[in-house]
Design a protein around this ligand. Structure first.
Ligand code: SF4
Length: 528
């Protein structure tokens, strides 16, 4: 399969400039006993001591212009691709990893070729060095026919909220009225707009706007998935479709501002949450402002030919999503504040279906509805997004246990805040009486400090909660896949399968039955 895949991509890979390529090496190639290199957020920072082949590959590839990563896992790679830094990948990995990666690469449409390791021992591994060296140098002129790719759309969605781009779609009247040199945050009339736009420009994976743009494009001929658009700032998409995609993200960001207040979270996207930075009243007000902004984005502008019934349908879908989100959040808050923390996994999953799935559904529905009537697909979209949303939320809960480096920063905040997560429900479900009481005691009375987190982590590991949660993710992934297989819309099916793999991307845990292994395997994933 590796050879077939390489053959499929060879010309397209070789046509990509060296400067737009990524060389991805596994850290198990290093000299396990003597390697002096440390790990940072990008993986192993090779010191080129010469004790293994990594130094040689890295040196030659960097001379040519490659970016080089010695790391495991696709989230960081996806970030680099979406950031526009690379258009093709040369990867070295064991067959286990390559087997899983080949599908993902094909669906994303990123030219990638690979060399399998000669063993899968995870330590002091080796590779056919001549083969890798030959592929590093491989370069031919661009071929005419290129494979469809979602990368231009992912990059476009990621750029939509960057300063300088966002203003093309959402004018900033208050900023325009200010004299030069005045800080808009300090100006009473401009500050709400300034704080809101700054918050919109901060992190997040922009999955939701991507879903809207890609679903519209899929149903209107797929012009924005041409590989020729990889370096283009603009895509052939109507401005109203872009604004509707942005509206979904703006609503999502409004809900995050209010959610952070309700949970009193200290950090979001690696920075202080708005209520910590500016105080509660201002943060509340910025959340309200964002809701208003979202609705304003859905108004067609003069000269735009958008059918009124499509706008009405989208408004209905978005307001419905908003209501369900509020109901789910309300259920969560009530549970958090009540005495007697009984919770079944089904209770938690119902809350997830309300809290996370509607935004995915609204994003998908909006793109499809702008392309034409949705008809019989509507209930299938609801089912698909419910499964994806639930699985996505379970993954987020698992990530809460590692103190994500680019979002909430502190591990176990959900547990400390006594949120009704599926992990808590699984623990309550599996705990024998003594452990259950200890567990409930920690939840209801435990000191809010690091010791509580470690005690809860120990209980979760003992009860195999992390493994069970991963199995649930896979169950919901399979259900979503089943719904897709019944759609009879091949182009849309491709997109939905790609979304399934992208939104639910994580490093699979080792099959150990031990929660600790699961937690370790989560390193390198990130929260959206
Ligand atoms: S060459 Fe780099 S990766 Fe290999 S052992 Fe030395 S420092 Fe470690």
């Amino acid at each position: 399969m590796v050879c077939l895949s390489n053959e499929f991509w060879r010309d397209q890979f070789a046509a990509v400039d060296f400067k737009k390529r990524l060389l991805l090496l596994p850290h198990c190639l290093k000299h396990a006993e003597g390697c002096p290199a440390d790990y940072d957020e990008f993986g192993l920072d090779c010191r080129r001591c010469g004790a293994c082949v990594i130094a040689d590959f890295k040196t030659r590839a960097e001379e040519l212009g490659y970016k080089v990563l010695v790391a495991e896992g696709t989230p960081i790679v996806l970030k680099i691709i979406v950031g526009g830094y690379v258009d093709a990948i040369l990867g070295v990995a064991c067959l286990n990893v390559l087997e899983k990666a080949i599908d993902k690469v094909l669906m994303a449409g990123v030219p990638a070729i690979a060399v399998p390791l000669l063993s899968s021992d995870c330590k002091n591994t080796s590779v056919d060095e001549d083969w890798v060296a030959e592929l590093i140098e491989w370069r031919i002129e661009p071929s005419a026919a290129r494979t469809r790719t979602y990368v231009p759309l992912m990059r476009f969605a990621a750029r939509l909220f960057e300063p300088g781009v966002i203003e093309r779609y959402i004018p900033r009247p208050r900023l325009a009225q200010l004299d030069e040199g005045i800080d808009p945050v300090q100006d009473p009339l401009a500050s709400t707009e300034a704080i809101a736009f700054d918050f919109l420009s901060r992190g997040g994976k922009r999955f939701r706007p991507f879903i809207t743009l890609a679903s519209y494009d899929a149903m209107t001929g797929g012009q924005a998935t041409s590989a020729d658009l990889l370096d283009q700032d603009d895509l052939p998409l109507p401005p109203f479709v872009c604004r509707a995609a942005m509206a979904i993200e703006v609503f999502h960001k409004a809900s995050l501002v209010h959610d952070d207040i309700e949970d009193d979270d200290p950090y979001r996207y690696g920075r202080e949450t708005l209520h910590k930075a500016y105080g509660l009243p201002i943060a509340l007000n910025v959340g309200d402002y964002l809701i208003g902004l979202g609705y304003r984005l859905l108004k067609p502008q003069e000269g735009e030919d958008v059918p009124a019934d499509a706008v009405a349908d989208i408004l209905r879908c978005m307001s419905d999503a908003h209501l369900r989100l509020a109901e789910g959040q309300g259920a969560e808050l009530l549970w958090r504040d009540k005495k007697g923390k009984e919770l079944t996994p089904l209770d938690a999953l119902k809350i997830y279906a309300l809290k996370t799935a509607p935004a995915f559904e609204a994003a998908l529905y909006t793109g499809l509805r702008l392309a034409g009537p949705v008809g019989d697909l509507a209930p299938k979209l609801t089912a698909y997004t419910r499964h994806v949303g639930v699985a996505f939320q379970i993954l987020n809960d698992l990530k809460d246990w590692q103190g994500d480096d680019n979002n909430k920063l502190v591990a176990g905040l959900d547990a400390l805040g006594a949120r009704p997560t599926v992990l808590l429900a699984l623990a309550l479900d599996a705990a024998p009486t003594g452990v259950r009481e200890e567990f409930l005691g920690l939840l209801e009375n435990g000191p809010r400090e690091a010791g509580t987190i470690e005690a809860l982590r120990g209980i979760f590991q003992e009860l195999g909660v992390f493994d069970k949660a991963y199995r649930l993710v896979e169950k919901y992934r399979e259900r979503a896949r089943q719904v897709v297989s019944e759609m009879n819309e091949p182009v849309l099916e491709d997109l939905l399968l790609f979304l399934l793999d992208t939104v639910l991307d994580y490093e699979p845990p080792e099959p150990s039955g031990d929660g600790a292994a699961v937690v370790v395997s989560l390193q390198g994933t990130s929260r959206g």
